[in-house]
Design a protein around this ligand. Structure first.
Ligand SMILES: [Zn+2]
Length: 225
């Protein structure tokens, strides 16, 4: 049975009329993902979603917050008819040539792991179930922002047990804000999907700013020392 809403995303519905096709129906089973570049910040991106433009997508990944606008069974309008029938659409805020931030990447990874767990992703290979917009149609939506090699490697790693995840988070909490980001990032790669809350904590740990909030999140999940 497929879950339609990702528990790690903030539910932020888009206009109800922006899904499906008269000739096809509203829903379909998805077998892939199209990762887009939103070419703008969050506010502008959600503005397009709420507008009369015939464009819609399932998720907006803005880094520390990930939003879901439609159930993944809905057919959204993000990459043309053929792609829309088969693929979940994800808009990543930011513009051409801007790499994803580390927390944005971790949210993307958490989302893709969930899509794998519900059977949307199966092989995790480019142009089989992982796509860019331009691979379906001519578009200005640019390539080059999704770190595919890293994402695919992370998606194919063996899942850690809950105990291992807890231990890794605990070790991370022992790191001070002076820890070089590279070191934290390397350790974070060991953390397997445990819902978005954990990746939010990770994002905060990476920017090394709000340790109090990190502890609160960890306490909530009983991951504290
Ligand atoms: Zn696009």
């Amino acid at each position: 049975m497929t879950e339609d809403w990702f528990g790690g995303a903030i539910k932020r519905p888009g206009p109800a009329w922006k899904a499906g096709y008269t000739v096809f129906g509203r829903t379909s089973q998805k077998t892939g993902v199209v990762d887009h570049s939103a070419e703008g910040p969050l506010e502008a991106t959600l503005g397009v979603l709420d507008s009369w433009r015939t464009a819609s997508w399932h998720f907006t990944n803005d880094g520390l917050a990930l939003y879901q606008h439609y159930p993944i069974t809905d057919v959204c309008w993000h990459a043309g008819f053929e792609a829309n029938k088969k693929c979940v659409g994800v808009e990543n805020t930011g513009r051409k040539d801007e790499p994803l931030t580390e927390s944005q990447y971790l949210h993307l990874l958490a989302l893709h792991r969930w899509l794998k767990s519900v059977g949307v992703l199966t092989v995790c290979e480019r142009r089989v179930d992982l796509w860019e917009h331009n691979e379906w149609m001519a578009t200005d939506c640019p390539s080059g922002r999704i770190p595919w090699d890293r994402l695919i490697a992370d998606l194919k790693e063996k899942d850690m047990t809950d105990g291992e995840v807890k231990q890794t988070i605990k070790e991370l909490l022992g790191f001070g804000p002076d820890t070089p980001d590279k070191e934290v990032i390397r350790d974070m790669k060991k953390v397997r999907f445990q819902g978005l809350i954990v990746t939010e904590a990770v994002g905060l740990a990476l920017v090394g700013k709000d340790w109090k909030r990190v502890r609160e999140i960890m306490d909530f999940f009983n991951l504290g020392r």
